[in-house]
Design a binder for this molecule. Structure first.
Ligand code: FAD
Length: 310
């Protein structure tokens, strides 16, 4: 059995595995895909002390750094359920999708999240070529350009306010007849001279020239008319979905499926910690996920040294 078993090998999981292994405890890792969302990223310019890198490069560095340590990495494996111990301080069981199972005294859950996509033509083709999901990450790439933000919830309106400070013009496009964001955010957005809002609009296509985004089309849901507008970027803000479906009923999740954690990263189960985009931690970023992973591993070590000797 492991002392700590880490599930998920994005920045949070890699940090957790390294911090755990550096304590000299038996560390395992279930890694569906090493690197996580980082692999889907082009330029990364906000991982402090690394002025510029690319997703696949950082993903490979995360794996290389983890392999410097004695971590039992089970690559290509997916966890499908956790079974709590029969008695306090006993072993947790992690079931794998391939039918296998692993046992550990403590767990760090870091399965990350995925952005909800619009599923319209052009979105996938121009991902990272004008189609973006993270204003903190990619906003500066659109300095002085025209961008659209899709989605009028809090994250969409926050993104539009944020981007308005960088881009020449931001157009917020909402499917419903009204925005769902908090009134104070809506008022702030409407006060900005370089922001406009279009409601009752269903985005139907992202256009490009083969290299990058050139515009988008939306259907006016009031009269079914299609409008084509020129744009240099499209920020999709229709939700970040935590990869926690397999944890339902086992640990406490919020309505949105985020794993509830306390300040030490502990979940509702003793000895089970969580880190990164899958949790309630605010702001989903690489540096935050890595810090949270380190914290979860240290908390797990604290838990282990307090367990009654077997
Ligand atoms: P993830 O990176 O999501 O990794 C989780 C891993 O766990 C995944 O590999 C997943 O496959 C695996 N997993 C899931 N379920 C299971 C399971 N049941 N069993 C085993 N493994 C499982 N952040 C920045 O700071 N700067 C940027 O420039 C930036 N740009 C981004 C661009 C894009 C296109 C995207 C999508 C995100 C970007 N982010 C950026 C956000 C950043 O990538 C995330 O905040 C960060 O990767 C979260 O790390 P994580 O370890 O919590 O989860």
């Amino acid at each position: 059995a492991f002392d700590v078993l880490v599930v998920g090998a994005g920045p949070a999981g890699a940090a957790a595995a390294i911090y755990a292994a550096r304590k000299g405890i038996r560390t395992g890792m279930v890694a569906e895909r090493f690197g996580g969302q980082v692999l889907d990223t082009m330029a990364i310019e906000n991982f402090i002390s690394v002025a510029h890198t690319e997703g696949p490069k950082l993903g490979a560095a995360l794996e290389q750094h983890t392999r410097e340590y004695d971590v039992d990495i089970m690559k290509g494996q997916k966890a499908s359920a956790i079974v709590p111990p029969a008695y306090k301080g006993g072993l947790y069981e992690v079931k794998l999708a391939d039918g296998g199972s692993l046992k550990s005294k403590s767990l760090v859950l870091s399965p990350g999240a995925r952005w909800r996509t619009m599923n319209v033509p052009g979105e996938e083709e121009y991902r990272n070529k004008g189609v973006a999901y993270c204003p903190h990450c990619d906003g500066p790439l659109f300095k002085g350009k025209r961008v659209a933000v899709i989605g009028g919830g809090n994250s969409g309106v926050e993104a539009a306010i944020d981007l308005a400070g960088v881009v020449s013009h931001v157009t917020l496009i909402e499917f419903d007849s009204q925005l769902r964001a908090d009134a104070v955010l809506q008022a702030k957005l409407r006060s900005l001279p370089n922001a406009s809002v279009i409601v009752s609009a269903k985005t139907t296509e992202v256009h490009g020239d083969g290299e990058k985004v050139t515009g988008l089309s939306y259907e006016d849901r009031k009269n079914d008319e299609i409008h084509k507008v020129p744009m240099d970027g499209v920020f999709v803000q229709i939700g970040l979905v935590p990869n926690t479906e397999w944890l339902k009923g086992a640990v406490a999740l919020t309505q949105r499926g985020e794993i509830e954690i306390d300040v030490r990263g502990e979940t509702s189960l003793p000895g089970v910690f969580a880190a990164g985009d899958a949790t309630t931690v605010p702001y989903k970023q690489i540096i935050i996920a890595a810090g949270e992973g380190a914290k979860a591993a240290l908390s797990s070590f604290d838990y282990l040294i307090r367990l009654q000797p077997a």
